[in-house]
Design a protein around this ligand. Sequence first.
Ligand SMILES: Nc1ccn([C@@H]2O[C@H](COP(=O)(O)OP(=O)(O)OP(=O)(O)O)[C@@H](O)[C@H]2O)c(=O)n1
Length: 415
Amino acid sequence: MTEEAFAELLRANGARVFIVGGWVRDALRHVRPHDKDYMVSGIAEADFQQLFPAAQKVGHGFPVYLVSIDGSLSEVAFARKEKKEGRGYRGFRVSYDPSVTVEEDLYRRDTTMNSMALELPGKQLIDPYHGAQDVADKVIRAVSHHFTEDPVRALRAARQAAEFGFSITEETIRYMNACRAELQHEPQERIVAELRRALQSPRPSVFFRALEQADILAVTFPELSLLIGKTQPPEYHPEGDAWQHTMQVVDRAAERTPNIAARFAALVHDIGKGTTPKEMEPHHYGHELRGLEQLASWNRRVTLPKDWLRAGRFLIEQHMRAPLLERPGKIAALLLLVDKQRPVLSLADFNAVIEADHQSLPDYLVHGEALLAAMHGVSGKDAPSGLAGRAVGQWLAERQTAVLVKALAAVRARA
Ligand SMILES: Nc1ccn([C@@H]2O[C@H](COP(=O)(O)OP(=O)(O)OP(=O)(O)O)[C@@H](O)[C@H]2O)c(=O)n1
């Protein structure tokens, strides 16, 4: 059914119909809006079911229906009021009778930019909390103290700041801080989902810095929060401590690769510096090993996506040595090892993180694909017939190194 027919049918039965949430916000931001969510008020659930017998009921604790509108299945919710009664995002008493108004529904939402509606059919903007002005000013502002009723809103606000390049008001930062205690009991999947979206954003550091500003980094990402104040030799790190460095590296990685596992690897590459003994600072000898331990402990607390873990481990192990190799045998071995990380991590992804960290890239990584192609021209099948077992492996490694030396010399001659 068309949107027009859907709205007309409801209006003919005394209801009001609205487009709500992120679609309205994104339309005002002039970016391509995502899925449309609808809301209806002034109609009882039973009457709605009679009008749309094919609509599938979904939703936890309150009715949401899936209706096919303009060719896609859209969510249609009833205007509702919520009263927090228990812990977590499900601890609500909800009322959604036909008397609940659109303004009441918008009031229970997180931020002003997400609390606007367009009434159908004319798409008149309903904006009781001045979200349009905040979108124009690029400001994230909690609608009310109800913000704290769902603690994940603290992460949503930080993540949307990173996605949209918006700033967060002081008062909202305080509400984010007020979510601190409850955040410790949130399902980790919701936190990882927000982390994923933050890593997808153009500047992930905005997300982590907002959490730090609200003093909730230590409860959401304790391994990262340990990096704060960890000193580093200023001649190598004029940007400051291990936290400032990590924030720069994750942003530079986001400029260089869309691969989320690689961006995660950039985030955790120096995570071992968080547990460097105080007396060793500003040096961090052995931080690769401590980094693997920290990542493992993060993964015990939260099951991290397997590809993130694999990329994270690999970069923790390789980020110090990879750009500093001189011996051809080591360069050949590294390139072949990087090659084995596909499809989790391509050579380009690996290079993106190394360059984000060191702000330069050695020629053997810049031309790594060509060097690999040359090395792949040699196969164990070409080994002399007298060789077997490990001797074939050794012969292959030697041949591949010889090929690499030639190919690298050609690359360097052209430079
Ligand atoms: N914790 C939450 C989640 C959602 N919402 C409200 O529900 C709407 C729809 O939520 P959702 O689709 O999850 O997010 P969007 O804001 O539409 O967009 P995004 O994809 O950026 O999360 C939001 O706009 C907001 O009004 C809320 O108040 N609190």
